[in-house]
Design a binder for this molecule. Structure first.
Ligand code: ADP
Ligand code: MG
Length: 240
């Protein structure tokens, strides 16, 4: 597998406050990597650096184009869906496609395909306010996937959902990943979540965030909350 993104000695300060220190890791095409660490350890800062929203104080982020695309494109899903409230679901999902000038038939087909993928067929004409939090987050995922980005970044995307819904969304994300083969970097402070989702987990220490350990979770999908998963959870708890 070829690398799509690599961080080399990335450090970040906000003013005098050191937030991230010497972060080094790479993510390969098609990989699902979780960034796990306690609240305030710099996970969102790291995600913003990966997204290119923030420049690291030192170090660098290297990007490679996926074989089948020119350049790259990274899409982000945050804890809150941040949909455009004045646009329908259809318009929200096709937003990036309109921006690049895709024809109506192409957009319609893609929106149908994506809403089906996230389990939301038939809500094209609804507005975000008419949807539950979980549905809004599904729309946000569909919108992010629409232009077929090289990398999908997710910052605690299920953190605002109740426990039962969170479990369902986790299972659905595993399914979406299996269907799309998307490269996903997923930030969480939830150890169980990271074990259920990730191929590899980058464990950060509390502030300033440094890499404590990177572990490969070699469990088959779908993963259940069973003994094998909790063995991993226990091991990670020792690290955090
Ligand atoms: P996490 O996502 O792991 O909870 P963050 O990356 O949001 O951590 O924040 C890491 C640290 O940096 C925290 O102490 C936070 O208060 C601080 N911080 C985050 N954003 C800013 C900012 N824009 N300006 C100053 N300090 C910030
Ligand atoms: Mg955060």
């Amino acid at each position: 597998m070829s690398d799509l993104i690599r961080l080399e000695s990335v450090s970040h300060h906000y003013g005098g406050q050191r937030t991230l220190q010497d972060i080094d890791f790479s993510v390969a095409d098609g990989e699902f990597v979780c960034i796990l660490g306690p609240s305030g350890c710099g996970k969102s800062t790291l995600l913003n650096i990966l997204a290119g929203f923030l420049s690291p104080t030192s170090g660098q982020v290297l990007l490679w184009a996926r074989d089948d695309v020119v350049g790259h494109d990274i899409k982000v899903v945050m804890q809150n869906a941040h949909l455009f409230p004045w646009l329908t679901v259809q318009r929200n999902v096709e937003f990036g496609l309109r921006m690049r000038g895709d024809a109506k038939e192409t957009r319609d087909a893609r929106v149908r395909e994506l809403l089906s993928l996230v389990g939301l067929s038939g809500v094209e004409r609804k507005f975000p306010v008419q949807l539950s939090g979980g549905m809004q987050q599904r729309v946000a995922i569909a919108r992010a996937l629409a232009p077929d980005p090289s990398i999908l970044l997710m910052d605690e995307p299920f953190g605002a959902l109740d426990a039962q819904l969170r479990r369902r969304m986790q299972a659905e994300l595993v399914q979406i990943r299996a269907v799309t083969g998307k490269t996903i970097i997923f930030v969480t402070h939830d150890i169980v979540e990271s074990v259920l989702l990730a191929d590899r987990i980058v464990v950060l220490t509390s502030a300033p965030g440094r890499i404590k350990k990177i572990v490969s979770v070699d469990l088959e999908h779908p993963r259940e909350r069973n003994r094998a998963v909790y063995d991993w959870v226990f091991e990670l708890e020792q690290l955090l």
